[in-house]
Design a protein around this ligand. Sequence first.
Ligand code: FUL
Length: 496
Amino acid sequence: MTINIPRLLISLAALGAPALLPAQIALVDERPANPDNEPAPVFPVPTERQMLWNETEFYGFFHFGMNTFTGLEWGGGDTDPSVFTPSSVPDPRQWLEAIKAAGMKGGIAVVKHHDGFCLWPTATTDYNVSRAGNDAGKATNIPRDFGQAARDLGMKYGFYISPWDRNNIHYGDSSYVSEVFVKQCEEMIEYGPDQFEMWFDGANGGDGYYGGTGGVRQIDASIYYNMPNLRHRIHSMMPDCVMWGLGGEARWIGNEAGWAGETCWSYGNGTQGNENAWLWRGGESDAKATAGGWFWKNDDDMRSLDRLWKMYLETVGRNSTLILNIPPNQTGKLPDTYVARLKEFGNLLQQRLGTDLALSARATASDTRTAGAARTYDASNLIDGDKDTYWAPSDSGIQSVITLEWDKSQNIHYVALQEYNRKGQRIKDFTIETSTDGVNFTRMASEIPTTTVGYKRIIPLNGSTDEYGDGFDCRAVRITINDAKACPLLHTVSVF
Ligand code: FUL
């Protein structure tokens, strides 16, 4: 006997049963909803591009342009383009090699500051290098040469394009945004689709040259630049490019002195962020490696190694990135003294944070989440060198203890923790203890508020970001999570 399937469905429907096609009946999905038993996210969570951005951690900042030749910090936009006269074609490869030796993973170059002078031959304005005062100036193309050098050196790169433009006659009209600013950002794409950050400063001092009309032009930055539109246009061509500052995807840490709050959330504003904010915006700390301004002036002194080290610990070690400015001079290069100090700093970083003693430890935890189909949550995930595996306790295991032990005593200065941010930043309070015998533990760095962790938190066991000290000899380190928004998730513990 043959069954007439359409007729059968109609008669089932007449009986009140849903009319399912045979193919749908066969496709019942019996997989569990969460096969890996992953913890539920705690919102806000970062986008994948924000996750990638954080990994850049420590990068260079290069203020070079018309101000390098006028000695100004904020050019008015009225300086004749012929004043731009580097004595040789600027050499971004030399800049990037120098910061690579300092342990930086990438850099951001200013290609247009508030004066509006463009360091590439843009089609949007003739206030650019094509009208420079000498051949080296005319041959300058910072985004082209910076992007190429970064790719050659395996480094991340991006550009600073000032939204405020004190030269442009249209500044303040909508045509400036659509015909100048957005197009300048889009022109950057020609210089590499893999940029990690575009830097959009919020400064607007009001007055400027404005094509000779002068006067004061104030705008409301929250609407004038139409950032949602720009973000969409840039992301459709450069999916990994975080739009910093006015761009809304990463935030200014709230000072230019190289420090973040000891409590620092990746959402909210300023040095501490805000535990209850709803939009993910990791902190970036912009600071100068030299005394003086952002632009080069008579070889201002580089800051001491101790000062740079303190900045590093108080930014990268406190859930912020550090973008450190080193200004090229009128030759288009970094002065030798800067290059030498950067190398010394790289050596110091290597000496102090180059060998992770956790990799040779045994890691255990008081609570371990039940493994799923393709994921385990064991404490060994903390010391496997893999940022995509993580330790997790059960949902109720907010207060959990992680212990690292060694057979032989280790001399330790720092403990670094990293949360698995993909599921949200969670930890609110933790303590670190050490033990010389693996039995009796002593609390360390009790004078430091050990509250948030985030992308990375580095705790100096002596409580100091000034003194390196002699370190502590110990056989075990214990990390106790006292409070978190939900079960804490860490992907890495490092010990130096
Ligand atoms: C500030 C600007 O006004 C400075 O000139 C500099 O570029 C600094 C990094 O950002 O807000």
